[in-house]
Design a protein around this ligand. Structure first.
Ligand SMILES: [Zn+2]
Length: 370
């Protein structure tokens, strides 16, 4: 490291030599700077007011000069100072220099950096498409909480007190609810149907709503089950709504969603909140209802030519009893309801054979649906 020498010879040649040595030392140290911390240390060493090298030079070479050499020494020291200042101010860390070079030489003719844009998840996309079919029929979209009470999820939908759906093997309950009356206990809704009750409490008939959203069941994950999945549900209430309206509406919706060639078929079923109830099948849109794909059997319809798509039925008058005060007198109004799994429809539509793939967040999988 360079140390400021004490001068004994103040001749022009001696001053010149001392100044040259000082500049060479400063220049060498400037070239060694490799980090911001080193740059700061370098600047302090040379420029600090208290005991920096320039201050030392001032003290040792100028103040210490004999009277007759002071003028000459003053000129030399001032020259040296400005030279050192230039070197110190011009010093920088290697990569800083490289960056400033790049900033000065931007080629605006090069293509920009393209950021990948996200896209709708296949399940959400399916939901939006199906909801769109019903909003074009004049339905409004209704939503509700995912954490529900037993009252909205079961009781008001005509589930008897000891119905097995309340079992913890089927339903995910919020912990620590045992101290509450059953109807107030919180759970993760097992279907979107509570939104039917919540909407009827707020809006008088006639009513036409479609309800998309996530639901939860206590199902271990496998290729066709997920503890979280999505439903799309619908409800129409008015005077003189009949099963014929239900069939006509759903037949139209399936043709719009799957294509005008699909047929629908209704088979008797049971749900606590509808009476009568039915399961609706559509003719297989993969094999065209033949049950075969060339020489191979059609797996999605299990060779039957039909695929079960949704559950539906006429709203049970017992359900209207719970919202009678909001204008739903079961003697005056009637309605139909239906519900389907959006994830299952997405599986069929996109030919995916494992529902888990939808929720694992693997961009390589999801990127195929953009
Ligand atoms: Zn088929």
């Amino acid at each position: 490291m360079y140390d400021v020498p004490t001068l004994t010879d103040y001749s022009a040649a001696a001053l010149e030599k001392a100044a040259a040595e000082c500049i060479r030392a400063c220049s060498g140290e400037a070239a060694e700077v490799r980090s911001e911390a080193e740059l700061k240390a370098f600047r302090d060493r040379w420029m600090a007011r208290k005991n920096g090298i320039l201050t030392q030079i001032n003290d040792l070479w100028l103040k210490g000069a004999p009277k007759d050499a002071k003028r000459e020494a003053g000129i030399r020291v001032n020259e040296l100072k400005s030279r050192i200042q230039e070197l110190v101010e011009g010093a920088h860390v290697g990569h800083v220099a490289a960056e400033s070079y790049a900033a000065d030489h931007v080629d605006i003719s090069l293509p920009g950096i393209r950021r990948p844009i996200g896209a709708e998840h296949p399940v959400i996309k399916t939901m939006h498409e199906m909801v769109g079919v019903f909003t074009r029929l004049g339905y409004s979209v209704a939503e509700g909480p995912v954490v529900e009470t037993d009252y909205y999820n079961f009781e008001s939908l005509n589930f008897p007190v000891n119905h097995p759906a309340r079992d913890t093997q089927d339903t995910l309950f919020i912990a620590g609810q045992q101290g509450k009356p059953q109807r107030e206990r919180l759970l993760l809704r097992t279907h979107t149907s509570p939104v039917q009750i919540r909407t009827m409490e707020k809006m008088r008939p006639p009513l036409r709503i479609v309800i998309p959203g996530p639901v939860h069941r206590n199902d271990p994950p496998d290729a066709s089950h997920s503890p979280m999945f999505h439903q799309i549900e619908g409800l129409a209430v008015d005077t003189n709504i009949t099963f014929g309206d239900l069939k006509g509406t759903l037949d139209h919706a399936m043709k719009e969603f799957f294509g005008s060639s699909v047929k629908t078929s209704f088979r008797p079923s049971f749900f606590p909140f509808t009476e009568p109830s039915a399961e609706m099948y559509v003719s297989c849109f993969i094999c065209g209802g033949s049950g075969r794909r060339g020489a191979d059997p059609c797996r999605p319809c299990k060779q039957t030519g039909w695929i079960e798509i949704l559950g539906c039925g006429m709203v049970d008058p017992n359900v209207f009893e719970f919202v009678k005060d909001s204008g739903y007198d079961p003697r005056k109004v009637s309605g139909f309801a239906f519900g389907m799994g959006a994830d299952r429809i997405a599986l069929l539509k996109y030919g995916v054979d494992d529902i888990q793939l939808f929720f694992q967040g693997d961009v390589r999988f999801l990127g195929q649906f953009v």
